[in-house]
Design a protein around this ligand. Structure first.
Ligand SMILES: *[C@@H]1O[C@H](CO)[C@@H](O)[C@H](O)[C@H]1NC(C)=O
Length: 108
């Protein structure tokens, strides 16, 4: 009885800690800054008018148009902003696959 309530509260505390971690992560992901973590403005360009966010090199936004319009590498992740600003995060394991992150549009 005593042991099971200890375990109960321990798992409760663990669950709370895990929830806090994911809340912190999503707060960082939702940051409006173009440079929330190291990325390089290497001359890449994004299609104008996209929602700001992360787009993999293989993301297509309508009518077969890639989100990245210059210096596109299929397995790199990019941060795009609404005015076509682009920043290259480099290789990301999901990019170039059908599970690639695309803030808008979809991977090809
Ligand atoms: C988009 O990114 C470019 C390049 O970093 C920057 O010059 C521009 O001010 C940004 N525009 C917006 C609306 O954030």
């Amino acid at each position: 009885m005593r042991l099971s309530s200890v375990l109960f509260f321990a798992s409760l505390a663990l669950g709370t800690a895990l929830n806090q971690d994911s809340a912190d992560l999503s707060a960082r992901e939702a940051s409006p800054e173009l440079v929330p973590r190291a990325c390089s403005a290497n001359g890449c360009k994004c299609v104008k008018g996209l929602a700001q966010g992360v787009y993999c090199g293989n993301c297509v936004v309508g009518a077969g148009t890639y989100a990245i319009s210059a210096k596109r590498v299929a397995n790199h992740a990019y941060e795009c902003n609404s005015s076509g600003g682009c920043c290259d995060y480099g290789k990301a394991s999901d990019c170039g696959t059908k599970n690639a992150r695309c803030k808008n549009g979809s991977p090809v």
